[in-house]
Design a binder for this molecule. Sequence first.
Ligand SMILES: *[C@@H]1O[C@H](CO)[C@@H](O)[C@H](O)[C@H]1NC(C)=O
Ligand SMILES: *[C@@H]1O[C@H](CO)[C@@H](O)[C@H](O)[C@H]1NC(C)=O
Ligand SMILES: *[C@@H]1O[C@H](CO)[C@@H](O)[C@H](O)[C@H]1NC(C)=O
Ligand SMILES: *[C@@H]1O[C@H](CO)[C@@H](O)[C@H](O)[C@H]1NC(C)=O
Length: 741
Amino acid sequence: MSGFLVFLVCFLAFLSPLDCKEKGLVPDGDLLVLTVATQETDGFRRFLRSAKHFNYTVKVLGRGETWEGGDYMSPPGGGQKVRLLKSALEEIQEENRVILFVDSYDVVFSSGPKELLKKFQQAKHRVVFSAETLIWPDRHLEDKHPHVREGKRFLGSGGFIGYAPNLKKMLSEWSGADSDSDQLFFTKIYINAEKRKSLNITLDNKCRLFQNLHGALDEVVLKFEDGRVRARNLIYDTLPVIIHGNGPTKLQINYLGNYIPNLWTFETGCTFCKEDPRPLSGLQKTEFPVVVIGIFIQQPTPFVSAFFERLFNLKYPKNRLKLFIYNKEYHHDRHVRSFLESHESEYQAVKLISPEEEIDPVAARNIAFDTCRDDIDCEFFFSIDVDVVIKNEDTLGILIELNKPFVAPMLTKPGRLWTNFWGALSADGFYARSEDYVDIVQGQRVGLWNVPYVSHIFLVKADALRTDLKEPDLFESATLDPDMAFCSKLRNKLLLIVVFVRLQGIFMFVTNMDTFGRVLSTDNYQTNHLHNDLWQIFENPVEWEERYIHPNYSKIMKEDFVEMPCPDVYWFPILTELACDHFVEEMENFGQWSGGGNADTRIQGGYENVPTIDIHMNQVGYEKEWHKLLLDYIAPITEKMFPGYYTRAQFDLAFVVRYKPDEQPSLRPHHDASTFTINIALNRVGTDFQGGGCRFLRYNCSITSPRKGWAFMHPGRLTHYHEGLPVTEGVRYIAVSFVDP
Ligand SMILES: *[C@@H]1O[C@H](CO)[C@@H](O)[C@H](O)[C@H]1NC(C)=O
Ligand SMILES: *[C@@H]1O[C@H](CO)[C@@H](O)[C@H](O)[C@H]1NC(C)=O
Ligand SMILES: *[C@@H]1O[C@H](CO)[C@@H](O)[C@H](O)[C@H]1NC(C)=O
Ligand SMILES: *[C@@H]1O[C@H](CO)[C@@H](O)[C@H](O)[C@H]1NC(C)=O
């Protein structure tokens, strides 16, 4: 049997060989666990972690061999497993040695060797196979199976336990090919009454030892005990020792495997999250792993400039970052270019795919992967869609330190039960809510979660891209969206060369151990304005506020932050400088300033008593948004300053006024048609213009140094007769609203 390799491993990757010796190979009543694994997948690591937790002694067969045993979707296979097992058993001489054989990629231990052995003894047979509800692969054999009064009737070959001599004898019958079905082989022995008796075989009908999940999803729930988690079979009221996600139940074992045996408990939280980290602290800047960051602009998206500002602010040495920017939208060209003009040289490399190249998004993602794959320096690929708002500047470092082939930060949408991962999938592959979803989203359960779907942002190791993920068309699918196609390939179809029994892909971990940020809504995003982000007050209110509402605005309600420069004239910060600039630029871009005459078709009656050079908010389609701004940000202050007065922030007139020496420098004394007026300075005295200001005649009180982004609020009539002071140089802009006319 050339090329046959048996690696004797005590909890491979966990214990040194010395530890193995010290422990001895046969603790707990001569039990030895045998499993076949040709590759160290995430599933295999999960299996070993659970085995280690209970101190099982595990011997791994087949490492270094190429798997040829078929997979679940294709015709029956698994013969290679039997061959390896047969050969391994030949070396075992002890009569009373108990052997547990299990698959590994989709198996976790839920309890320890003592309990397993006890239950094995209680079964009163020399060989016990796991049982299944569904017969496979040959339905015609159904009648040949012994009847059972209660429990599962059919044999499952993914797990069995028995005395070495009996198993040896059973396997001596094997002469099949590697691609033959192991399940059929064992089934034929079992349904042969004579062999069943002489080998002394029974099935674990009630899942006392083995829980196969195929056909049994409704039977199994998590059971949280003090500091540990196991699975309970609700039908037989048993606590199976070995949980096997056989057949198409990979997602279920992934879910259960997030907890069992102790990965996450109420008492301890996550116990494996810090396992085997890749620390970055202490590294010289030049020692940081090189990361290719793929940035994808696939549709008109709000706040793209803000995205690049945050990208720039990520705490990571820029000369260890290579940017791959894919932009499909002409509209965003200026945002990308303005970022690159300022910062391109700081990054190790930048590759840009512009809209005129007409590359479709799926191809772009594949090219992006290639950029990392083909670059020997690349250690990680960090994929970010441009609608992601990374609030945590340490995000990249945190993800790298977790040291997983694939990991994503959990992102949310404000005020909604939405995340960039799904906890479960529906039968047709779309979103379904897992039992723990809400707890994870709301942070009641914090940890690292193996989930079936992740989108918008993830970090993947370049090694994974070069091996398991080297398929060139990971995002392509005839039926699925690219993101779903990608996740499906990660979950299922990757291990093209080396596969084992149930194809077990790369685990998609999502972490909620830190807060990372959120995802913007791209719904209803119009691109017909200059600064379309101004219109986002409804769709993305949180981002809008961060961008456009003055950072000190929040102090107004808490502290005494409002000034009163003249009697009953309140003065407070409201807009950021950026908001002011955007309003001014938007109005200038629109350009249809009124003539400043008394005749004005824009208003009711067509006559303006005190005309200004202005543009109304409704002329640029900003009426609803302005009303929302007044309602959300001005009304609370009005009610604080004028107690007992409640406003619904209604207005007929809200506009931006332009004062210019050679156009209209000032405004004669007047009352406003409002209960109160809001007057926001949109640019800066001394730099943008000279002169200007406002004078309240009754109090002989002038405010001559308005502050950009600050608002005046004053009664409109009777007491606050006022005038606009002349602008002597430059251009002055103010945003005026006559509230509750
Ligand atoms: C496993 O072995 C270690 C060291 O011998 C021991 O401390 C630990 O309690 C054991 N774990 C279990 C679950 O028996
Ligand atoms: C199986 O073995 C057990 C104990 O080893 C024995 O008690 C039992 O009678 C055997 N059953 C059969 C059917 O041989
Ligand atoms: C906010 O107020 C503090 C004083 O309370 C001041 O130092 C700071 O500059 C203000 N921030 C801005 C952006 O104006
Ligand atoms: C108004 O105030 C200015 C200085 O602030 C003063 O020179 C002027 O005399 C005052 N006018 C009246 C009518 O009180």
